[in-house]
Design a protein around this ligand. Sequence first.
Ligand code: NAD
Length: 428
Amino acid sequence: MSTTGTATLSQELVDEFNPFLAMAKRFEIAADYLGLDPGLREVLRTPNRELSVAVPVLMDDKTLKVFTGYRVQHNFVLGPCKGGIRFAPDVNLDEVRALSAWMTWKCSVVGLPFGGGKGGVICDPREMSQGELERLTRRYTASIMDILGPDRDVPAPDMNTNAQTMAWIMDTYSMHVRSTQTAVVTGKPLALGGSLGRHEATGRGVMISAREALKRLGRRAEDTKVVVQGSGNVGGIGALLMHREGYTITSLSDMYGAIHNPKGLDVPKVLEYLAENKKLTGFPDAEAVPNEVQLELPCDVLIPAATENTITSKNVAKIQAKLIVEGANGPTSFPADRVLDERGVMVVPDILANAGGVTVSYFEWVQDRMGYFWTEEVVNSRLEQIMVKSFDQVDETAKKHNTSLRIASYIRAIGRVAEAYKLRGAFA
Ligand code: NAD
């Protein structure tokens, strides 16, 4: 069997690398624990609403180009849909559908009053000017605005979209409804109703999740060595916050390679170096290590915070960490889960570990609706409360069912949506 290219991969491996199939498998296991009947399973699997729109845009060279955009609302039983909008050439309806379901479970496991949604536009932002991107964003917003709104669906940034994109969406929506509606999107600039603490929120949630898990393992920060894959919003900030808490960060990586110092990296200096040089390679006081090798370094905690499918059947046997905290979405494949379980490696799953971002997005929405803004301390302490409580609940569920934190997270997430659905009843 060759593993050199997708075209030659066996079907089994292709399936293993599909994070959405992995999520579907975990959904079925959790649904079995909950004893959900087949009808309710189908309701919870099926997206509530899917919209596909044609988005005409006048390009800088005066030609007219039509882009395709999607917004999928997987489930709005618990409240307005929440989830990002991505701009990328390979966006497709299947992917947006799956990502919107992922958001339903993520919002549910941390107890937010939101359902899950996701959007995307097929385009290549690297080939487009700022003016073209603005016109695309505004026309896409106008095309989907019947299903948007602070009480219906609240987008956020995702791949290749940012605070500026959210400002354009907010402005376009507000102009159509004839009043300023800051709560229609989150991840906005602070000057337009963004929240303090949002930028660091996912990394902070990862740090809190790691700390709570390590308490269960009876380990102290100062005796704990941590390897972090990725140095961006999640990995870089997560590593910095953990460094400040006294953990020893022995390795960090980016898409070009990893750096390693078994005595510990000076994380603020590493991030300064990265900001200046645009890559980690060449950082003094550390040896360069290939990305695949980084994951297999001796350590207590491994934090995959870059891309999906980092820990798979190909490398799981060589992973030395006793705890894995999933900063990225879908970094562990379904077959790798089983191996880690058998070896007693604790895994804090993505839908719990990286939910800090959507939690502070929820705070942003609450503040916008109140028109009253909190200090960063208040944001951080409320995030801390939600993350710790959610971790405790998932841990209790795992113990009750003698299962992993991952399956316990799905049990809680699906159970909460299922209960709300049963109480509301099927409207006919
Ligand atoms: P980012 O673009 O800020 O950073 C990604 C980092 O990963 C960069 O340092 C990049 O160089 C590195 N990287 C990319 N490919 C790599 C590879 N093959 N090996 C090693 N490093 C690699 O992105 P981010 O916002 O930090 O997101 C990272 C992951 O976390 C994604 O899976 C994202 O979906 C997920 N996530 C992000 C948030 C958030 O609020 N930013 C919330 C939840 C989940």
